[in-house]
Structures are given as C-alpha cells and as structure tokens.
Design a protein around this ligand. Structure first.
Ligand SMILES: Cc1ncc(COP(=O)(O)O)c(C=O)c1O
Ligand SMILES: N[C@@H](Cc1ccc(O)cc1)C(=O)O
Length: 474
C-alpha cells in the first residue's frame, strides 16, 4: 500500500473564508463584467486566481518582519537578502526590485535596442510587454509539444535547440541581446525545462556570445521536476539542483511572489559586473536605492528566509503533489486538462471542455466565469483574451492554448479545498452544454485581460442556460 503524506507544516493562524450564495455570486460576477480579475476578494470562496503574492508565510518569516532594518541606505535586511540569493542561486550580483516586472523593466531597458529579437520558451505577458516596449520582437522557441495541451512529455518547457539556432542565424547574434528562459513555463501549464536542455541552450548561446537570462520565478518547482524525472537527479538535493540550473545562465529576473514565498518582492541578478553597475544606476530611477529597490526592510528579511525555506525537499514535494492531487481528480473524471500537471496550477482545456464555442466566443473566459458562478472558486483565463493583439497588424492573436488556470497558492489551502474545487468542475462538466459564450464590451489597450469587461452572448443575457441546476452551496 502506498503510504500517504501530509502537509509539512501545521496551522498556527487561520483566516476565515466567506461563502456567498448563488444569487450573490451572480451579482458579483455581473458587477465584475464577467472578468474574474475584477471580482472582489471578499466575494471569493477559494481563490485560485494566482499563486503570486498569495503565499502563507512561515512563523519564522512573520517573526523576521520585526527585525527588518528600515534604513534608507545599507539596510542589514538587504545584506541578508543578497546573501540568500548568492548562496541559493549562485549569482555574483543582485539588485532588489518591488516585484518581477520591476526586474524585467531594468533588464529590458539595459539590454534591448530597437529592432532586436528576444527568443524565449513561450511568452509571458509582462515579460513580453517590457521587451516590446523597448523595441524588441519576441520569438517563441519552445518545443512544439509545449503547445499541445494533451501530449504527455516530461519537459514540455524545453527549448527547441534548432529553432533557437535558426533565429540566431537569421537575425544575427548582434540582434539578440539575450535569450530568456523561463523555469518553469507559466503559460504552457507550469511545465519544466530539463537540466540537459538548460545546459544545451547555454552551450549554444556561449558559442555565439549571447547571454542567457532566466525568468526564475518558479525555479524551485522546476528543480523538483528535474529531481523527479531526469535521469541522474533522483538522489540530488533540490539545493544542489538549483545551483546547477543557475550555473547555465548569466543572470535572472525573479518574481519573489512565487518561489521566494513572500507576498511582495523580486530581484534582478547577474554575473556581469558591468551590467550590475548599470543596473544599480537604473534601479534608483524606478525602484529606489540599490539596497532596497522598492521594498521595505521587513519585505527583504521575509524574502531572504523564504528563499531558504523554498529550497527544502519536503516543502517542494508537497507543493507539487498538492497541485497534482487536484489535477488527478479531474483527469479521473474525464475532464480535459493540460498534461502532465505542472508545478503551480491545473489548466483546463477550455476548447475541449466547451467544444460548442468558437475561440472568438471566449470559451476560457466563459468557463472561468461559470466556475465562479457555480462555487465561488476564482480561476483565470489564459487564452484569446490574455494573448492580446498583434502589435503590427492589430489583429487578435489566436493562441493554440485556450485555458483556464486553477492556480494553487503556496501553503494556503488543504486538500479538502482541492476536493471542493474538483467537485465544482466535475459538476459543471456534466452540464457543459449549458455554458454560453461571452463578448468583450471594454478592451483596454495593454494587458487587456486585467481590466477587460464582458457580457454573455445569449439573448437572455445569462451565462448558463439552465441556472436552476446549480449544485454547490447555493
Ligand atoms: C513567469 C512569470 N514571469 C514574470 C512574472 C512577473 O512577476 P510580478 O508579478 O512579480 O511582476 C510573473 C507573474 O506576474 C510570472 O508568472
Ligand atoms: N505572475 C502572476 C500574476 C500575473 C497574472 C497574469 C498576468 O498576465 C501577469 C501577471 C501569475 O502568473 O499569476
């Protein structure tokens, strides 16, 4: 018999959850223009919108807030953070930022020139937006399998080395300021990159004198998959895997709100002293002194500890297993999800879930809205709406993947919560033909998914055909 494992922590403080009834949820959804980003937190029962900044901190981290050094310059807490980054990730230089996109802004401004190309293993919204803002074109170099939601592959985030070499040859290495490698790949479903692939990318880029910069946001989850799936790493500690992963890069941007286990924070790190000196100049303009970068001393103190805590083998095994616990229940019920289950979220394939809707009828947006209506569980659209428009033609991008993301915050929910989520989605799947499409009524010019508003396409203005059959805690 397989022995079960439990959360590697016990609960010291609790936050009561609110539960609205069906009519209250319907009203909240209408007020939010059918966009789950616009629903108030007090109207949400289980919040799976994002794993970003939603982590539960440990008692050690809460304790550390009290010793945060709030000095404007030379804060002791900054030295703790710098030490943690150097020790766990191995870079020589660190610049703190208020969150990941602060680091993306600095990196893009420093390295990109108008007309450049930035190859990456699938785009991420904020990362690509900063690259484009500085005049670059993003080029997708992920393996084809990364775009196939149903295909099982252990490292779906891998770079297709021949695609990368082709871009380098066609554009010329001088037009490529750096290659951006996300570990793991958020929009592909939290899919990892293998150590071998990281090594190969670095070797190829070194031959052409091109820097490799990681988007290290979920690097510990990536390390876990290497330990679990890649030959030769089963007995290697997560800490050692991380060190090796980072040795195949020249620097990284980090959103500390994920794998650094904090509610706010980020950094830019690198090995090149010249880039560091320029970064230190630029950070003053956008974030603050290089010894706080938009963070309070207590934020940096908590992030330093979070970096150590996250590199613990038991912590990360439980984290990924909890995501899988939810995903496997859905798979067993025949629900179409991205496979294999990734590190931070379960992604529903909205096109397969709602085959009666065309992509222009926004199946993922509609499904996210329907899930909220059914159970108060908040998820996020990752498809047509998120992909935005082509910056040259103005046409809507039509991503292959039309997904709803159920993102699991770190150390926040128990597996009972996962059961409630699974029940809601299984119930919805049984009456999926009643879920209608949506149309956009307000489209913001940048990163439209955050603030867009929608309305049901059905003449009666309802999202679900037969609302009487709603099942959960109405
Ligand atoms: C893969 C990835 N990169 C970058 C970012 C940007 O980080 P932040 O939200 O901290 O600005 C995020 C989340 O937003 C992310 O998931
Ligand atoms: N990075 C966070 C927050 C975020 C969400 C969507 C975005 O497009 C940008 C940022 C996440 O993936 O959840």
């Amino acid at each position: 018999m397989r022995r079960r494992t439990a959360e590697p922590y016990k609960i010291k403080s609790v936050e009561p959850l609110k539960m609205l009834n069906y009519n209250e949820r319907k009203e909240a959804l209408e007020n939010a223009g059918y966009n789950t980003f616009l629903i108030n937190s007090r109207e949400v029962y289980i919040d799976l919108l994002t794993d970003s900044g939603t982590t539960a901190m440990s008692d050690q981290q809460w304790g550390a807030l009290m010793v945060g050094d709030e000095a404007y310059a030379g804060s002791e807490s900054w030295h703790h953070l710098e030490k943690a980054v150097k020790e766990i990730y191995g870079y020589k230089y660190v610049i703190p930022t208020h969150q990941g996109r602060g680091a993306e802004n600095l990196l893009s401004q420093m390295k990109i020139k108008e007309g450049d190309f930035v190859p990456g293993n699938m785009y991420f919204t904020t990362t690509r937006a900063h690259q484009e803002l500085n005049g670059a074109t993003f080029v997708d170099i992920i393996i084809d399998e990364g775009h196939d939601s149903l295909l099982d592959h252990p490292f779906k985030g891998n770079v297709d080395i021949s695609k990368l070499e082709k871009v380098i040859k066609e554009a010329g290495p001088e037009k490529i300021p750096y290659v951006c490698i996300a570990v793991t790949v958020n929009l592909a479903g939290g899919q990892p990159v293998s150590m071998k692939n990281l090594r190969d990318v670095y070797a190829l880029c070194s031959r052409y004198g091109i820097d490799v910069m990681y988007d290290a946001t979920r690097c510990v989850e990536n390390a876990f998959f290497i330990q679990e799936r890649e030959e030769g790493y089963a007995d290697t500690a997560i800490k050692d895997i991380l060190k090796e992963m980072f040795s195949y890069s020249d620097g990284c941007t980090m959103s500390g709100k994920k794998d650094c286990l904090v509610n706010i924070g980020g950094f830019l790190a690198m090995n090149d002293e010249e880039l560091y000196i320029r970064g230190r100049e630029l950070v003053v303009l956008y974030e603050g002194m290089p010894s706080y970068g938009g963070l309070s001393g207590r934020d940096m103190e908590a992030m330093a500890l979070g970096i150590y805590e996250s590199a613990d083998d038991n912590y990360i095994a439980h984290r990924v297993h909890q995501v899988r616990y939810l995903g496997e229940q859905l798979i067993d019920a025949g629900i179409p999800v991205v496979k294999p289950i990734g590190g931070h979220a379960v992604f529903l394939d909205a096109r397969e879930f709602l085959p009666h809707l065309k992509q222009e009828q926004l199946p993922a947006q509609a499904l996210a809205a329907a899930i909220y209506l059914d159970s108060g569980v908040r998820s996020m659209e990752r498809g047509y709406v998120s992909a935005g428009r082509n910056k040259v033609t103005g046409e809507n991008n039509k991503p292959k993947l039309e997904l709803v993301r159920l993102t699991i915050p770190r150390r926040v929910y128990t597996n009972n919560h996962m059961d409630v989520v699974a029940d809601s989605i299984i119930a919805l799947y049984e009456k999926r033909d009643q879920i209608g499409g949506l149309e956009m009524t307000y489209e913001p010019p940048t990163l439209r998914f955050f603030n867009a508003r929608f309305k049901p396409l059905a003449k009666n203005g309802e999202l679900m055909g037969n609302t009487a059959s709603v099942t959960t805690h109405s």
